[in-house]
Design a protein around this ligand. Structure first.
Ligand code: FEO
Ligand code: CA
Ligand code: CA
Ligand code: CA
Length: 640
């Protein structure tokens, strides 16, 4: 999601911090922690080691940092190479027609790799192996940009796309599975693989699982049972489960619906989800299900976390409604001390919330099939951050905490369909746009990216979002307690601290904070997604540095423990207008896959006259979102 498209979304009316929080936050959090530590009442909040379950590995970062830049191409640290793996329009099946950007059709697009690639997962082949040279690349395709997708279109005319163009857009979003193999030192796409599939709003049906399955608010004219949904859309980030499936977050659903949003039983819910009938897509002009006047319940069928099984080509993907409905950035998992599984997810809008879902059942590593519907029952929580360095996970359970019929929640289905309003009622903390929320693989600590929120006023600051006009974003670390040396992801009280506060540390007005030794090129803005490498270092990708600070979006690495914890280093610069998405390591840490989304998306930049023609740089080719594989020239681990 680029800043151009994002600028108007804010639909939480309950954004003012309670008076008690305003008083609390006047005390410096750092002073509070120091005082508490002196009294021996607090663990080493934010120490990184606090939640360690094993001896930390050597996290020393070996690459030479590059410089901040605004460039038409891309660049990576010296001693590293990039290889293009797959681009928008590349063949995914043997019968895929050659890509013709000037004569696109939905029928062709549905056989070709989608556009605006976001989250990536590398699932080794065969299942259960740690193979780092052969696997299934799973990609989200979040969105489409009319003026960069079709010739002759400008930002002024994206509301006049034809039916065929809208259907091309439908066929280009969603999620793709494609087999890839490293052969002769380079990654190749296996087009005749049995694993290759595309799940788009155009061609794929999803089963509904969890409390909203079959509910009246999920029923439409095409699906009177409320059990089968055509497609997934706006798939932003995601995660992997311990049983080898992939999760994908349906994010900005409000953009897809046209019509009168002021009337009917869903009008209040629409308002809370920013659905105003004037979204950026006009699919509703040609397809009734995206028209609020024709099929109002279709809105309730998006905004979910979806689960897909890349290893079973016959499997039906599922919308897991127990995890709640919002503008999910992604969904990542962690197995708790007792085998229950937590799913962490953020609602990416200004002043929205952080959530976790904890399964009632336990993960069974010996029986893959037994985990198949684990995500359908459990408890959904929203996060409340306190000034004393603790945070609470507040249950969103029908009948508890005001989630009752008196407040319009008649069942758990209502709670999950309106998870935002449920979190309002229980008093969750409004955040600065929660993006990726990901557990550290060793410590179990949860890294929470808050990308930015320039609209937070000084009256709206709270302990976890302490900067008004937060243009640069920050990353929080939540530390679950340990039980027998293992993180308890089921806990309802955890500790938290800041990992970094982004911005330029040489400018006091940015109020930025990093680990010691961050260089003049190592600081960042607008953290979006993160990945952890096998050594436990965090790799942070950004979205919006161009608007915030004037240079291309980038990849940074930082140690997560030890004396250089939180000292970020610049590793990669992306082409102008793009954001960097989906950082994903192979299990051996020797390939880093990254998705370059919406290259050339800048004001005035179009298909015909783009600000960069990355990656082909051919006069007859528009800019194309694509996946890169980054490797170290000596074959070693990335960052070694
Ligand atoms: Fe799709 Fe939150 O960016
Ligand atoms: Ca993003
Ligand atoms: Ca991630
Ligand atoms: Ca973003």
């Amino acid at each position: 999601m680029s800043r151009i498209e994002r600028k108007d979304t804010l639909s939480n009316p309950t954004t003012e911090a309670p008076i008690s929080e305003l008083i609390e936050q006047r005390l410096s959090r750092r002073d509070l922690l120091k005082g508490a530590a002196a009294m021996g009442t607090v663990g080493m909040a934010g120490g990184g080691l606090a939640g360690c379950v094993s001896m930390p590995k050597d996290q020393t970062i070996g690459f030479s940092e590059i410089k901040h830049a605004l460039i038409e191409g891309h660049e990576v640290a010296p001693g590293y190479s990039t290889q293009l793996v797959i681009r928008w329009g590349d063949a995914m099946f043997p019968d895929a027609p050659a890509w013709n950007p000037r004569a696109q059709t939905a029928a062709a697009q549905v056989r070709q790799y989608g556009t605006d690639n976001d989250f990536l997962a590398f699932m080794p082949l065969p299942y259960g192996s740690q193979n780092s040279e052969h696997g299934i690349l799973c990609s989200n395709h979040e969105r489409t940009v009319g003026q960069l997708m079709f010739p002759g279109v400008t930002t002024q005319t994206t509301s006049q796309l034809t039916r065929e163009q809208c259907e091309v857009q439908m066929a280009s979003q969603g999620h793709d599975l494609v087999e890839i193999r490293k052969t002769g030192g380079s990654w190749q796409v296996v087009t005749d693989s049995r694993y290759n599939r595309r799940f788009t709003p155009w061609n794929a049906d999803f089963r509904v699982g969890g409390p909203a399955a079959g509910h009246a608010r999920m029923r439409t004219s095409a699906d009177p049972q409320g059990m089968t949904i055509r497609g997934t859309l706006n798939n932003c980030a995601g995660g992997k489960t311990p049983w080898g499936t992939v999760l994908s977050g349906e994010e900005n659903l409000h953009n897809y619906f046209t019509g009168d949003a002021t009337k009917g039983p869903e009008a209040a819910a629409w308002r809370r989800y920013g659905i105003n009938g004037r979204g950026s897509y006009i699919w509703g002009r040609y397809h009734d299900r995206f028209n609020l006047d024709k099929d109002p319940n279709e809105t309730n069928r998006f905004g979910w976390v979806v689960e897909m099984d890349p290893y079973d080509p016959t499997s039906t993907p599922v919308k897991r409604t127990a995890i709640g409905r919002c503008k999910h950035e992604g969904a990542t998992t962690a197995v708790s001390h007792d085998g229950r599984v937590a799913v962490y997810t953020g609602d990416d809008e200004r002043m929205e919330y952080v959530y976790k879902f904890v399964t009632s059942g336990r993960f069974d590593p010996a029986n893959r099939a037994a985990n198949r519907d684990l995500l359908d029952s459990g408890i959904l929580y929203a996060a409340k951050f306190n000034a004393d360095g603790t945070m609470n996970w507040l249950p969103l359970v029908h009948g508890q905490g005001g989630l009752t019929a008196a407040n319009g929640f008649n069942s758990q289905a209502d709670v999950v369909i309106e998870a935002r309003r449920a979190a309002d009622v229980v008093g969750a903390t409004p955040m600065d746009r929660p993006e990726d929320i990901e557990p550290h693989p060793e410590t179990g600590n949860i890294f929470v990216c808050l990308t930015y929120n320039e609209r937070r006023t000084s009256q709206q600051v709270n302990p976890a979002n302490p900067r008004d006009n937060n243009r640069y974003g920050h990353i929080i670390e939540i530390m679950p307690p340990l039980v027998n040396g293992k993180p308890d992801h089921t806990a309802t009280t955890c500790r938290w601290d800041f990992f970094i506060k982004c911005g330029d540390p040489s400018k006091p007005e940015h109020r930025a904070e990093y680990g010691p030794g961050t260089s003049a090129n190592g600081w960042l803005a607008c953290p979006d997604n993160v990945a952890f490498d096998p050594r436990g270092r965090v790799w942070i990708v950004t979205d919006g540095q161009d608007d915030a600070v004037g240079f291309s979006d980038s990849i940074y690495a930082a140690e997560t423990s030890g004396p250089r914890r939180g000292a970020t280093k610049l590793f990669f610069n992306a082409p102008r207008g793009s954001e960097v998405c989906g950082p994903e390591f192979t299990p051996d840490g020797r390939t880093l896959f990254v998705a370059i989304q919406h290259p050339a998306e800048e004001r005035g930049s179009t298909f015909d006259n783009p600000s960069t023609r990355w990656p082909d740089f051919r006069a007859d080719m528009p800019p194309r979102p694509a996946v890169l594989a980054i490797t170290k020239n000596d074959g070693g681990e990335i960052g070694s």
